[in-house]
Design a binder for this molecule. Sequence first.
Ligand SMILES: NC(=O)C1=CN([C@@H]2O[C@H](COP(=O)(O)OP(=O)(O)OC[C@H]3O[C@@H](n4cnc5c(N)ncnc54)[C@H](O)[C@@H]3O)[C@@H](O)[C@H]2O)C=CC1
Ligand SMILES: CC(=O)C(=O)O
Ligand SMILES: [Mg+2]
Length: 544
Amino acid sequence: MTVVITPSWSNGVQKLKVAPQPPAPIPRGLTPPVLENTVHKTRCLAQLRSKDQDLEKYIYLSQLKDADHSMFYRICLDHMAEITPLIYTPTVGDACLRYSHIYRRPEGLFISIQDKGKVGSILRNWPRINDARIAVVTDGSRILGLGDLGVNGMPISIGKLSLYVAGAGIRPQSTVPICIDVGTDNQKFLDDPLYLGLRQRRVPQEEMHELMEEFLHEMSVVFPDLLIQFEDFSTDKAFAFLSAFRDKYPLFNDDIQGTGAVVLSGFMNAAKLSSAASGRPLTDHRILFLGAGSAGVGVAQQLTSYFKLLGLSEEEARERIYLVDSQGLIYDERGPMAEHKKYFSRKDYTGEPMKDLVEIVDYVKPTAILGLSTIKSAFNKAVVERMAAHNARPIIFPLSNPVRLSECEFSEAVEWTNGKVIFASGSPFPEQEYEGKMLYPGQGNNMYVFPGIGLGSILSRASTITDSMIEAASLGLANSLTPEEHADGLIYPRISRIRDISGQIALSVIREAQKQGVDRSTDLRQLDDDALLEHIKARMWNPL
Ligand SMILES: NC(=O)C1=CN([C@@H]2O[C@H](COP(=O)(O)OP(=O)(O)OC[C@H]3O[C@@H](n4cnc5c(N)ncnc54)[C@H](O)[C@@H]3O)[C@@H](O)[C@H]2O)C=CC1
Ligand SMILES: CC(=O)C(=O)O
Ligand SMILES: [Mg+2]
C-alpha cells in the first residue's frame, strides 16, 4: 500500500493531500514493460551505492521511501547493517545539521509555540488519524551529541520511526514524526536565511511546559491509541517531562529509558565475559560513567538493576557506580549540583575535585568505563591503557553519537588493550582483525530495544510504560543471542536479526504489562508464550 502525500500551496498555507489507500493499480503503459520487483531492488541498490556521500545516500533513500515505501523497507530489512547507518546514526546527524538545506517535502507534524491554545486543531490536520499508533516527539534541543538544532531535529523523529517499521514491523501509516518548535538558541541557524523553524530564541521552560501539557492532552484526545516516544530533549526537559507525564499517558523517554535498557543488556553479557577472564565475581564490577546527562544518568539508573538482579541491595548497587561530568568526579562535597546527579553523588570521596580521567580511573579502578559525554577521544590511549592495566578484559563503551563524537574508536581500543577489550559504541564501527582473529564491536544503541518496546506496548495497549516493562525489554534482548553469536564473543545480537529480536522483546514487554495490570488488550493474557509470539509475528507489517 503506498500513501502519497502531495504538498500543494495556496495563499501561503501548506495543505496535505492524501492519496486513497490502497492506491489504484497503475494503468498499463505508465510503467516500463518490465518492472519486476527483485530486479528493481537490484537497480535501487546500485543507484544507492553509486553515490559517494552518505548524505546523498540519505536523500536518495528518503526519496525512495516517499516514492515506493515497500521497496525502501525491503532494502532496509534485507541490508540492515548497510542501511541503518544511512537512515540513522551517524548519517541522520548530518541530515539534521543540513535539514533546512536538504528539505524536500513535509514528512511529519510541526507544532510550534505559536499554536499554543489551538494544538488540537493542528493535530486534526494529520491525514491518517485513525491509523496512528506511535509518535516520536522531539523539540530538537539536544540532537545526538550535536546540541540544539531546533526544527532541524525532525529527521531524528523520522529516522527512529523508520526503524520502528523496519525493526518491529509497525505499519508505516501508523507512525507520526513530530517536531515541537519553541525556537532555537543556535545562532548559526537563527542567522541562516534557509532555516525552517521559528526565528526566535527558545521560550522559557515554564511556557514550554504549558505547551507540553496542552500538546499531550490533545494527543490523547485526537490519537487515543497512540504511544509516545520522547527523543533528544535536552537533559533538564528530558527528566522533567518524563516524570511529569509518564503516569498520565503511555510514553517513555528513549534517551533515558531506551538507552538504559540497551546498555544494561550489553553490560550483562560483557560482565560475564570480563568475569570469566578475571575470575572476579559478577557482583564485584565497578562502573565509571563519563557524562552525567539524560543518557548517562538514565543508563546509570538502569545499571543498578544489574547488581540488584544479582541479589545486592540498592545501596550496594549504587556504591558500584561512579559519575564524572565536565567538572570531574561527582561527589557531595563538591557543592551544589543538578537534581538528576544527586542520587549517584559519592559520599566516600572528600578531597580536592578530581578532574583528570586517568587519575579517576586509577582511583576508582573500574571494570567498565562508559562514555555518554559527547567528548570525542575522551577515552585516549592513556585512559584505555590504565583500564587494561586494571582488568584482564576491560569493558569500554564509548556510547556518544554520532561517530565523530565517539569517546574512542574500536581500532584504537583493540590496539591499546592488545585485543582484550569488550567494546560497544553508540554508532557503528567496522570489525577488526587482531592476530589472525576477527573481533566484532557491539553497537550499544537504543535502536535494539525501542522497536520492541513500542510493538509490545502497542499490541498490549499499555496504558502506561512501567520501569519493569523497560527492564523486561532489556532482559529479553540480553537473552536473545544465538550460540553462534556467543561463540563470536558478541554482547549484542547481529542487527540483521532485528525482527526476531523485536518479537522477543515485545513478548517480554507484553508479559510484564500483564503482570503490572497496565495492559488493555487483556485477551492476550490467555495465550501461552508460543501462541503470543505467533500473534506478535502475525501483526508485523512486511514489505512486498
Ligand atoms: N548509544 C545510545 O543509544 C545513546 C547515546 N546517546 C549519546 O549520549 C550523549 C550524551 O547525551 P545526553 O546525556 O542527553 O547529553 P547531555 O549534554 O545532557 O550530557 C552530556 C554530559 O557529558 C558531560 N560532559 C560534557 N563535557 C565533558 C567533559 N569534558 N568531561 C566530562 N564530562 C563532560 C556533561 O557534564 C553532561 O553530564 C550524546 O552524544 C548522545 O548522542 C544518547 C542516547 C542514546
Ligand atoms: C541514539 C540516540 O538516541 C541518541 O544518540 O540520542
Ligand atoms: Mg536520542
